[in-house]
Design a protein around this ligand. Structure first.
Ligand code: SME
Length: 162
């Protein structure tokens, strides 16, 4: 494992930023340790590099999502399938970009500082959603399709451990 991580200050655009983030995630992943450890490092890497408000994974357990590895303030620990942005993403089997959390019916506000959000499902080898990657920003309209496309690529790096 190499810990020579690239420096975000030198990144000039989103595409370069994600290219480096994805390569750094690949470098910090260690398949010999528990999944929680790796997801913790991915959350830390994303949060520190992008200066997001909250980054974390919810794990599918029965008909709920349970808070797993994350970085940021205290968050809701249990979300029922279909509830909130995360539960809806799971139920509808797709990523969701929320430009303004106040305009999303049923949004679960874990922290009132959160203003926009992106939720990207992570699928296991069988193609079934086993985790939900959830990211919050403290400003409105922070995420777009380019974020979604790049964050989805994280799934390829962790598919064998989730
Ligand atoms: N806002 C999410 C809940 C999780 S927190 O943002 C960390 C939702 O509506 O599902």
């Amino acid at each position: 494992m190499s810990l020579f991580l690239s420096n975000s200050i030198e990144m000039t655009n989103k595409s370069n930023l994600y290219k480096n983030i994805l390569s750094d995630i690949e470098n910090v992943l260690d398949y010999s340790v528990p999944t929680f450890t790796n997801l913790g490092n991915i959350s830390a890497l994303l949060k520190s590099r992008c200066n997001w408000f909250w980054v974390g994974f919810y794990k599918v357990e029965g008909d709920h999502l349970i808070l797993n590895a994350f970085q940021g303030p205290v968050a809701c620990v249990k979300i029922r399938k279909g509830k909130g942005v995360c539960g809806k993403s799971w139920e509808e089997n797709k990523s969701i970009i929320v430009k303004d959390v106040n305009l999303f019916e049923g949004h679960i506000a874990c922290n009132e500082a959160s203003k926009s959000e992106i939720v990207v499902p992570m699928r296991n080898k069988k193609g079934i959603i086993s985790y939900i990657l959830d990211i919050d920003h403290d400003r409105i309209n922070a995420f777009d399709e380019e974020d979604e496309k790049n964050l989805s690529l994280i799934n390829n790096l962790i598919v064998q451990i989730i």
